[in-house]
Design a protein around this ligand. Structure first.
Ligand code: HEM
Length: 245
């Protein structure tokens, strides 16, 4: 058994913490707006203007979400060692680390980590992949549905009828469009919408799981996980496994 010590360590750097809370806020808002879009009829929202406005608000929040995600993806290559993908994405030696952690967990004295524990690393990868799927499918639908950047102008060009200025096309208005090309775009955008909605359900499940596991780990294993995402500091009572890299 390792020596008992109550020690504070600097773990999460400022960009990682800012990413976490901007991501948290934008995802909650996106889910809220997404659910409003899904249940607009039940909420009495029927006018085309209101429908488009909901989508525009969702997409504008989506841009903040995507930019924040992009910064975090890059930060995973330049940030401190706990923020780096090389320390998060399972690679060589991961299976042994995971089995060591699970054994200690079963024995009732889980190993402590400064960065994510081995299960947390897996969770981060699944969450990040889901967020990337949401970003890509959302940006495509923003282009096909309301001709918004970054793909909107190229979709407008694809569906504009001969001699019509693509910039003059309006969302949910067939004026100036070529019906065959619109049909083709409709077929193209369908799967993106389906993936967007199914992944958002999966993400809602992951968020609930994430919160439950963090609260449980905080209670059973300590470490101040939640406050560490504000202060950047973890307080551990046993020597962490990843103290020296
Ligand atoms: C975690 C992030 C996100 C979540 C949880 C989310 C959630 C949702 C949900 C629940 C819907 C409703 C689907 C429907 O009405 O059929 C939706 C639709 C939509 N989302 Fe997102 N979204 C996210 C990110 C984004 C991003 C980044 C963009 C673009 C910048 C975006 C653009 C759209 C568009 C254009 C629609 C309408 C698609 C349609 O009518 O089928 N979303 N989103």
């Amino acid at each position: 058994m390792k020596e008992k010590l109550l020690k504070q360590y600097q773990v999460w750097d400022a960009p990682t913490r800012i990413f976490h809370w901007v991501n948290f806020t934008t995802v909650i808002l996106l889910i809220f707006m997404g659910l409003m879009m899904l249940f607009k009829k039940d909420m009495g929202i029927t006018s085309l203007d209101a429908k488009v406005t909901l989508k525009i608000i969702h997409v504008l929040i989506g841009y903040v979400f995507v930019l924040n995600l992009l910064v975090r993806l890059v930060w995973g290559f330049v940030g401190n060692r706990f923020a780096r993908w090389s320390n998060i994405v399972p690679g060589k030696g991961y299976a042994a680390t995971l089995s060591g952690y699970l054994t200690s967990f079963k024995q009732g004295e889980p190993q402590q980590f400064l960065g994510h524990n081995p299960l947390g690393r897996l969770a981060v990868v699944v969450i990040m992949l889901s967020l990337m799927v949401m970003a890509v499918t959302g940006l495509v639908r923003a282009g096909t549905d309301i001709y918004y950047p970054p793909f909107g102008s190229s979709f407008a060009q694809q569906v504009a009828a001969e001699g019509v200025d693509p910039a003059s096309l309006k969302p949910y208005d067939k004026t100036g469009t070529d019906s065959a090309k619109m049909k083709a775009m409709g077929e193209f955008k369908g799967p993106f919408g389906e993936i967007h909605i199914y992944t958002s359900c999966f993400l809602m499940f992951l968020i609930l799981l994430h919160i439950m596991v963090v609260v449980r780990t905080e209670i059973k294993e300590g470490g101040g996980l939640v406050s560490a995402m504000f202060s950047g500091k973890k307080t551990l009572e046993r020597e962490p496994e990843d103290l020296n890299g």
